[in-house]
Ligand binder design. Structure first.
Ligand code: GLA
Length: 354
């Protein structure tokens, strides 16, 4: 999907009003963040021999994110609603709201100018942590309520990148933020992620229709290509004859995370291992779902920060989230935020090697 250059801020404005902030921990891991889109521009982690490589897809400067011919949400915070809302419409407290439709007839990732394409304010920045804030005005992209948001990235000395989201509103609205980093644990631009082994802590996923809107069913993964309950190479079943795989052009679905007794508690979502480098990414979240997306729409047209083309399936995303289209699916966990309540969400990306 391309967004007309006239929308949001221009590359010049971005160059003037944004900066790049570097976090570094005791072990030498590095995370670079810009306040354009609250984008994680790079994450340097160690392989099994201790070598550091950048394991995230992206660009060299904030303005390159806006100038790029394609904008696959590299590293960005996505919102006000991550993933799709059917027909760009929902009814809340009896009132129907119409959102931008930017994905066929549906609304995707917050609309034409989502939170990935706005300039955030840097509230505080230290050596290992940065807090970014953004005020989304009432009716922005059609959503009701003025939403005050904060996203904090903390790189701790346990080699975890902790992402904390917080929000308040002055009118009832829907909020579903996520982080859209594309990982390639072999290093960005180093081929596909098809050999990476993935474990998803989920016994069910939400099958979709032709527009990638969940049908409402929670389907067991057992004996389907969607079974990642034991570690499995991404490429093993990705080309299997399967209706859901053809609808998603590969994996581009929401898995229903197995949660303990407390639904909002931080729990294991996924473990990804790259046999070639030994790098391991462990994802935990307070969210009920994760969109596992295998970079099916990367086409090789985009050239990344080290000059290498980003090929189809050259990166994967683990977008921790509430389920797509929850505003229209009362059976799904609710994404409603009301005045007086505080939206809180946490996701932890932990890096190791074996
Ligand atoms: C999500 C969506 C995909 C696609 C990517 C970005 O994963 O589900 O369909 O939009 O983001 O290209």
């Amino acid at each position: 999907m391309t967004v007309p250059a006239s929308l949001g801020v221009s590359a010049d404005e971005v160059a003037e009003s944004t900066d790049v902030y570097t976090l570094q921990n005791q072990d030498g891991l590095v995370v670079k963040v810009t306040n354009y889109g609250a984008i994680i521009m790079s994450i340097l982690t160690r392989d099994r021999d201790g070598n550091l490589s950048d394991v995230t897809l992206g660009h060299r400067t904030p303005s390159e994110y806006i100038e790029a011919a394609e904008k696959p949400y590299f590293g960005a915070v996505v919102g006000r609603y991550g993933n799709r809302i059917a027909k760009g419409s929902f009814t809340l407290d009896g009132e129907t709201h119409t959102l931008a439709t930017n994905n066929g007839e549906n609304h995707l990732h917050g609309g034409l100018t989502g939170f990935d394409k706005v300039v955030w304010t840097v509230k505080s920045a230290t050596k290992q942590s940065i807090e970014l804030t953004y005020v989304s005005h009432d009716q922005e992209e059609g959503y009701p309520g003025r939403l005050n948001l904060s996203v904090t990235y903390t790189l701790n000395d346990q080699n975890q990148l902790v992402i904390d989201y917080r929000g308040t509103t002055d009118k009832a609205t829907h909020v579903n933020l996520t982080q859209h980093t594309y990982f390639n644990l072999a290093g960005e631009g180093n081929g596909t992620i098809l050999d990476h082994e993935v474990m998803l802590n989920a016994d069910y996923f939400t099958p979709v229709d032709a527009g990638s809107i969940p049908t409402g069913e929670l389907r067991r993964v057992t004996e389907t290509p969607f079974d990642f309950t034991s570690p499995k190479a991404i490429g093993r079943d990705i080309n299997a004859e399967n209706e859901q795989l053809s609808l998603g052009n590969g994996y581009d679905h929401n898995w229903v995370l197995n949660k303990g007794v407390i639904p909002d508690e931080l729990a294991l979502a996924a473990v990804v291992y790259d046999p070639a480098t030994g790098r391991v990414l462990t994802v935990s979240t307070t969210e009920p779902g994760v969109q596992f997306y295998t970079g099916n729409f990367l086409s090789g047209n985009l050239t990344g920060k080290s000059g290498k083309a980003y090929v189809r399936r050259g990166g994967f995303c683990l977008e921790t989230q509430h389920f797509p289209d929850s505003p229209n699916q009362p059976e799904f966990p609710s994404t409603i935020l009301r005045p007086g309540e505080v939206y809180r969400s946490q996701t932890v990306f932990a890096f190791s090697a074996k």
